[in-house]
Design a binder for this molecule. Sequence first.
Ligand code: FMN
Length: 380
Amino acid sequence: MTLESTETGRATLADLFTPVDLGALRVPNRFAMAPMTREFSPEGTVTDEVISYYARRAAAGVGLLITEGVYVSEDSGPSIRVPRLFGEPQLEAWKRLVEAVHAEGGLIAPQLWHLGAERGDHPQYNSDLPTLSPSGLSSSGKTRGRAATIAELERIRDDFARAAAAAKAAGFDAVELHGAHGYLLDQFLWEGTNRREDSYGGSLEARTRFPAEVAAAVRAAVGPEMPVIFRFSQWKSGDYTARIAKTPAELELLLGALAEAGVSVFHASTRRHWEPAFPEAEGPEAQLGLAGWAKKVTGLPSIAVGSVGLNQAFQVAFQEGGRAETAGLEPLLDQFARGEFDLMAVGRVLLSDPAWVAKVRDGRFGEIRSFHAEDRETLS
Ligand SMILES: Cc1cc2nc3c(=O)[nH]c(=O)nc-3n(C[C@H](O)[C@H](O)[C@H](O)COP(=O)(O)O)c2cc1C
């Protein structure tokens, strides 16, 4: 399917259950599980409960599972309950998790995560280590920690690479770099959080340099075959109006540099997948979502995300009593017919209903459990 096929109209659900190749990796259908932080892993080690949580979703037909954000280093983030991709017990537990997912016929990628300034000033995990970021600024404009030195950046880059190599050794099928939502890699990309005056700050090219160096190190660590996914977003957790690319040309420059460094799939994180990324563009491009633009400017496969099957964007997940009701899949089918994405990631619907993909596949729409914010408290 190409971006030009606009007049073919709507795709069918069956079209979403066709395989797609991410380089050498064949994904059996078009649904991915979006990365969702759960904090059910004491001392950073996934438990049997966490293993079953992912395996259940693999068994129910999710094509590619992307794990919750996973720490790559001792100073990645504040929580002792976020899983880590380093340390012997942690890596042993990941191996069991990957085996369990594979046994159910699933594929899985860990999301490699460093929070940068969002780690905060009072981390529970390794409180004695400094909080490092491009300029010591969070996405809401607060001062947090301090700017990393060049030597510290090299160390963090190597931590990403080591975590990626550990993921490969544990049997994972792909890796995803968390370059979205105002965390470390995105703090470099966005001018609001990157005020550096060295070669890592200033122009968009310079701001892309560190994320590209991380991508290159990760590519070198996993070899040429394994998909390296880069998740990016315009919005930041501290500013939903932020933009890292103000024009398609800027997006091309940014993603092009990452692709050259070794990224092979782009995961465009939006809150509503059907929203146009550059509505001011001329002609049919005006309706393209961010994943559609990523595919167009790089020629690489893309993953879209944002409110699939739900009538409320993801922030309801963090509101007491938050609810999102089931909504139709028409926007998804229209966008797929236009060839805008290869995979669609789904978050909250899979958090509340592990069998969502199987129910959609079998047309059992009436059996779908809609999203309840309190479902975050358990690993159903
Ligand atoms: C509880 C929760 C935790 C999340 N954690 C992460 C995360 O660790 N990494 C990430 O990139 N996005 C995270 N997200 C964002 C989701 O991956 C997804 O982009 C968002 O929920 C929109 O998709 P949805 O509308 O299908 O839920 C999280 C979302 C929720 C609801």
